[in-house]
Design a protein around this ligand. Structure first.
Ligand code: 9MG
Length: 283
């Protein structure tokens, strides 16, 4: 199966012929790892430029925390947080910007302000989101989540987590195609930590290759997540090394994009991993 290896992010090309890093930029007071650090546009811009310097191929800007139990944010508030930052990034930053949102109004305004990709943890299930994404024409990342950020970790239940997540994402990709999105502009993400126990997360990573086989580029977000804390008994600020191990395991199985707070360490690890994986193979 041939997987498209270049995303067209509103005119900026993102080459995924080798695994790349997406830098996380949360413009929120309450995100689990970097909450409150980049609320003003200038510090946010400086952090984005640092991540680009360290090798991020795209920056993911979010104005609403999706950590378990996070309070929902209104459209106005979310727009006030993200739009000035996206505008500043488009002016000063050479790589594409992704908007991390569930709200069609924010998707539209963000793309107008220069965002070149939509990262939706609800896989475009909000009313009107699918049709809007088709008209905007930028790549979309469809992520799986069981429940909502408010209740997702209460009691996640699956009969077979790998096949259920795979089937959900296949159905959402099909819905995108039917709505008119181009196949080459769709990415899939199993949604580590979103309505999953530690065992569910481990199984999804262990069998990530089954998702890669669906033929869409796969994005993973594992950086600093509670999966690491649960296995290793480590606080958020001590999860770098195991996080790198998880990123490498994902890339080894074919993940194309790794969403992370720790750009340089992750980029170096996945580049090395890719070199070993590709040794002796023609691209
Ligand atoms: C916004 N966000 C937080 N975690 C994420 C993950 O694992 N994947 C994607 N696509 N977005 C995420």
């Amino acid at each position: 199966m041939t997987i498209n290896r270049t995303l067209n992010c509103a005119g900026q090309l993102l080459d995924l012929s080798r695994p790349r890093v997406m830098g996380v930029l949360n413009i929120t007071p309450d995100s689990f790892s970097d909450g409150g650090q980049w609320l003003a546009p200038e510090p946010a811009l400086q952090q984005a430029l640092r991540m680009v310097e360290e090798g991020a191929a795209i920056i993911d800007v979010g104005g609403e925390s999706t950590r378990p139990g996070a309070a929902p944010v209104g459209v106005r508030e979310e727009l006030q947080r993200v739009i000035p930052v996206i505008e500043a990034l488009r002016e000063h930053c050479a790589v594409p910007v992704s908007i991390d949102t569930r709200k069609p109004e924010v998707m539209q305004a963000a793309v107008q302000a220069g965002a070149g990709m939509i990262n939706d943890v609800t896989a475009l299930q909000a009313p009107g989101a699918l049709e809007l994404a088709a008209t905007l024409g930028v790549p979309v990342c469809l992520m799986h989540m069981q429940g909502t950020p408010q209740n997702m970790q209460e009691q996640p239940i699956y009969r077979d987590v790998v096949s259920e997540v795979g089937r959900f994402l296949q159905q959402r990709a099909r819905a995108c195609l039917d709505a008119g999105l181009a196949r080459e502009q769709i990415l899939l993400d199993p949604g580590f930590g979103f309505g999953k126990t530690t065992l569910h997360n481990l199984l999804l990573l262990q069998q990530l290759d089954t998702l890669v086989q669906q033929g869409y580029p796969v994005l993973v977000g594992l950086s600093r997540k509670s999966l690491i804390g649960n296995v290793m008994q480590l606080p958020v600020d001590k999860r770098l090394y195991p996080g790198i191990a998880l990123a490498v395991l994902a890339v080894w199985q074919g993940a194309a994009l790794v969403r992370t707070h720790d750009v340089q360490a992750t980029r170096e690890a996945i580049e090395m991993c890719h070199a070993v994986h590709q040794a002796g193979r023609s691209e």
